[in-house]
Design a binder for this molecule. Structure first.
Ligand code: FAD
Ligand code: NAP
Length: 455
């Protein structure tokens, strides 16, 4: 029976597992963390518990015969690509996009300037980011970017301590956010309302915060002629049209007089993050943009030269995630992902490498919701089926599934199996029960290993 290793136990890894098990393959699902579920655990906002119910489907996949989970085993640290190819008929890379895009402007590395990726991982108890420090004493925070992650971080900064305490947010983040001085979050979009990457429910939710007003300048939702023409054309999607309506509604709203506010500002790009004498962020110098239609039809932001300074002690750049090269797996530096042809990993000569596949964000880039990865996984698995049919899978030199777990335990003493994860899960949910929380997440790798029964 053909045996496949999937590297990364996020949504893409689980959907690929489900498809492969259904086609008679055996699957070993690896993750660098002792815990499964990728960004469903470490990305999705703590106040969105219903989204996380998708993990029940993943648990059903894990219960199927032929499935094994090897948590706490990182490709590139504990095992090498070549070693996996010696042991499996196929390797599917599903390791997501671990880092962030950078603005490339002066001041980006000042204390108080962070990637939203780090802030998200910190409040979600990702063990690698749990010890990060965010100075939240400033009155105003600036979030750069107009995607759903920008909305998530703005909202997390505005939730009340009572709201946070009913979630699975990291304990260290509850304490820090409850004591935060932030009263205003300014969210900056480099283009206009018609080009925002928000989805409608997320944008609407900002207008329903219990202790924050949402503020939009009416002049900024007056669209330029090119954006207006685009929005009424067939090229525009319903989400963009609805976003503009929601934002126009916000612009007409009288503030409810809440203690906090989220200001959505458009057509503004940061050009410099300003520091004080101690090297701490004291503000952001931004330039006003106008929209210009390019030859390819794209509506681009073009600086007008008009600048202003927004005073702030905390800047979170939320301008997209980015993949990192892992081991010797082919990597496209420019696009930040694994070069592939419809899921088949390709080498320098653009020819498919036998038995190597990619799925999820590391295959197509960091966009799309959880469900997008299901179709994406089905597409990659279709290539694997074609290759099995044509006898083009990898031919491993040491195809012995039973020898794998002892070998991996030598390499990664903190290895966590699905049963081990079950023990962590029970520990966390039991700890949450008395407080009416879904779980209290463990953040310490040694403690996770101990609770899992590994040590
Ligand atoms: C902040 C944030 C919030 C989001 N909220 C929502 C939401 O509310 N609703 C929604 O539908 N979508 C949401 N999304 C999108 C959704 O999370 C993604 O579409 C999805 O997680 C991508 O799946 P993936 O499996 O490709 O990557 P990931 O979920 O990132 O999973 C990759 C996995 O690979 C593991 N890994 C990394 N490197 C290695 C290695 N070297 N060896 C072994 N394992 C490794 C990681 O630990 C991780 O578990 C959100 C995304 C972000 C960033
Ligand atoms: N609740 C949810 O369903 C949820 C929550 C979080 C994330 N997600 C999904 O996860 C995916 C990733 O979300 P994301 O927010 O990280 O990415 P995203 O949707 O791609 O948004 C990135 C934003 O950053 C802006 N940007 C990029 N480079 C910039 C620069 N140099 N200066 C200023 N702005 C810049 C982009 O503007 P331009 O358009 O001008 O390039 C865009 O507004 C999305 O598909 C999202 O829907 C979903």
């Amino acid at each position: 029976m053909a045996h496949i290793a999937i590297i990364g136990a996020g949504p893409a890894g689980f959907y690929a597992s489900e498809e492969l098990l259904g086609q008679g393959f055996e699957v070993d699902l690896y993750d660098a963390l002792p815990t499964p579920f990728g960004l469903v655990r470490a990305g999705v906002a703590p106040d969105h518990p219903k989204i996380k119910a998708v993990t029940r489907r993943y648990a059903k996949t894990a219960a199927k015969p032929g499935f094994r989970f090897f948590g706490g085993v990182a490709l590139g640290e504990h095992v090498r690509r070549e070693e996996l190819l010696e042991r499996y008929h196929g390797v599917v890379y599903a390791f997501g996009t671990a880092t962030d895009n950078r603005l490339g402007i002066p001041g980006e590395d000042l204390a108080g300037s962070h990637a939203a990726t780090e802030f998200v991982a910190w409040y979600n108890a990702h063990p690698v980011f749990a010890r990060h420090c965010f100075d939240l004493s400033t009155e105003r925070a600036v979030v750069i970017g107009n995607g759903n992650v920008a909305i998530d971080v703005a909202r997390m900064l505005m939730l009340s301590p009572e709201e946070l305490r009913t979630t699975d947010i990291a304990d260290h983040a509850i304490d820090a956010l409850a004591g935060a001085g932030v009263r205003e979050v300014v969210v900056l979009g480099r283009r206009g309302p018609a080009q925002a990457a928000f989805t409608n429910p997320e944008l609407r939710e900002l207008g329903e915060l219990s202790r924050a007003d949402v503020v939009v300048d009416a002049a900024e939702v007056q669209l330029d002629p090119d954006s207006r023409a685009w929005l009424t054309s067939d090229a525009a999607d319903a989400t963009a049209r609805r976003n503009v309506e929601i934002l126009a509604g916000y612009a007409q709203r009288a503030p409810a007089g809440h203690s906090h506010r989220v200001a959505l500002r458009f057509l503004r790009s940061p050009v410099e993050i300003l520091g004080d004498e101690q090297g701490r962020v004291r503000g952001v110098r931004v330039v006003r943009n106008r929209i210009e239609r390019r030859d390819d039809g794209r509506l681009a932001a073009v600086p007008t030269g008009e600048e202003q300074v927004i005073e702030s002690g905390l800047v979170l750049r939320s301008i997209g995630y980015r993949g990192i090269p892992v081991c010797s797996v082919p990597f496209d530096e420019r696009r930040g992902l694994i070069p592939n042809d419809a899921g088949r990993v390709v080498g320098n000569d653009a020819e498919p490498l036998p038995g190597e596949y990619a799925v999820g964000w590391i295959k197509r880039g960091p966009s799309g919701v959880i469900g997008t990865n299901k179709k994406d996984a089905a597409d990659t698995v279709a290539r694997i089926l074609e290759d099995r049919e044509a006898g083009r899978l990898n031919a491993p030199a040491r195809p012995d599934p039973d020898s794998l777990e002892p070998w991996l335990r030598e390499r990664a003493p903190g290895l966590v199996t699905w049963d081990g994860w079950g023990a962590i899960d029970r520990h966390e949910t039991t700890a949450g029960e008395p407080h009416g929380r879904p779980r209290v997440k463990l953040v310490d790798l040694d403690e996770m290993s101990r609770v899992s029964g590994g040590r």
